[in-house]
Design a protein around this ligand. Sequence first.
Ligand code: ADQ
Length: 538
Amino acid sequence: MTRLIVVSNRVNPPSGKGDESVGGLAMALSAALREYSGLWFGWSGKTAPEFTGQLSLQVADGVTVATVDLEEADVTEYYNGYANKTLWPLFHYRQDLTAYDRSFDEGYQRVNRRFAQTLRPLIEDGDLIWIHDYHLIPLARELRALGVTNRIGFFLHIPWPAHQLVATLPGHRKLVESLFDYDLVGFQTPEYRQAFEEYVWSEADGVVLDPTRLLAFGKTVQVGDFPIGIDAAEFGEMVASERAEHTFGVMAAHTAFRKMIIGVDRLDYSKGLEERFLGFERLLADNPDLRREVLMLQIAPVSREGVDAYQEIRARLDALSGRINGEYADIDWNPVRYVNRNYRRDELAGVYRAAKVGLVTPMRDGMNLVAKEFVAAQDPDDPGVLVLSKFAGAANQMGEALIVNPNSPEEIAEALKRALTMDLKERVRRWRALNEGVQRDDVTAWRDTFVNALAAEPHTPAEGQYYGEQARPLSVDERFLPDLGAERRGDERAFEAPALRDSEARGEPAALRLPSGTGRGLQVLGGDQGTLPRPARP
Ligand code: ADQ
């Protein structure tokens, strides 16, 4: 039976004792691991004076978990450094916060090598290996260097940004090249996959072989979009749980005669919390009649305290919530309630259900599961309204939400007003459509689609399918090739390449002449028109 090995920076399987604080992702991965009798590998979250590579193995709720401690310098350079001070801000379009520090890059490569060396002895022939997120992009390259030929997949939980941003990273080609050591690379949305393709065309002289395969650096990789969802079934049970009902009751009592707007996010600059507070402030400023009718509860547990930018945003949010309350609060009403605690997931479900508006306004977000949790928690007969940033990956699937630009306090305020005054019929119509998607495209669908794609036999074209009888590969000066990015830009002229004469097609490299100025390319094949280069397996 095929085993599944899941690798992520941190490992947090459910304890089996009903530990409700474990996220839906951990639940879904654990379920997959049980199904495939697999293994979950990653950092223990602890540090040791020196890296020893000693594995700590335990079985939790039927899942084998293997963790390894890191050195202090690893945490500084790899986790707090390259992962969270370089890749995270850059991939969330915060170049201003991006640190380009060579020691971070070295630490990142070192930890990925250490992970590979530690994991290597645990890998058996036929195991499927599924690696998660930006911390571990080079892991497949390190595993391949150790002779691992298993199928390896990678899923990026955060956005893949525009290629101009990726190109600001020293060593960006090396980083991207290492993605071509995977068999399958998954993104949250078509937009991020396309942004990756654009990088491949424009920075790596690569080519899109077909909608799911890219060729660059002499290797092919399969790509796809796999939007992550929540564990909708589990969440449904939690909403109906005693604890959720109790929390709902408490919240309802505290918000009697008022409508609650809820925000739930890790305290992170990518989540648009300041802009959200400003949007709420604008709502209060523009609508005196609504002032005593609403309150905003923002739950934002602190995260990544080892990174300065996170401490700074915390201080700014404390000041901003204080300012709004200072301006508008009354003896029996505080417009903003701002808490930095973690809650059990069943408690969160009760809080979501008690809210009339879910306010999810990240500046950039790979997906955003809070938007989906909010929808899943609503009362079908009297649902709340979701206000969602156009820059959350979730907006791609959740068009029935009120979609806003999070940079505009005015747009947020208008959407809030519309949500707070929306009639029941429209709320039910929007919610039904949203909930159908949340239930259908849940975390199990995400996981199964990805694992099936990874497990599927790679498409190996039959001999002759790609090569005509007399065809042979021709190297052509890239300046003479049709522009492979033209279609996306709607630039039809770039495709006007003349048909090749037979003699040219059989001729030697550089004998061909295509219109100049038509962009870049790589190797083409002579022979049958419309054929593709034979994909080279790594
Ligand atoms: P995150 O950036 O962490 O995830 P998100 O998708 O919103 O963002 O998930 C946060 C999770 O934490 C939710 O399940 C939420 O309920 C939970 N949570 C938040 N505050 C909490 C609190 N106070 N107490 C308890 N739980 C809390 C990254 C990417 C996202 C992507 C996910 C999954 O940044 O874009 O959706 O991975 O791929």
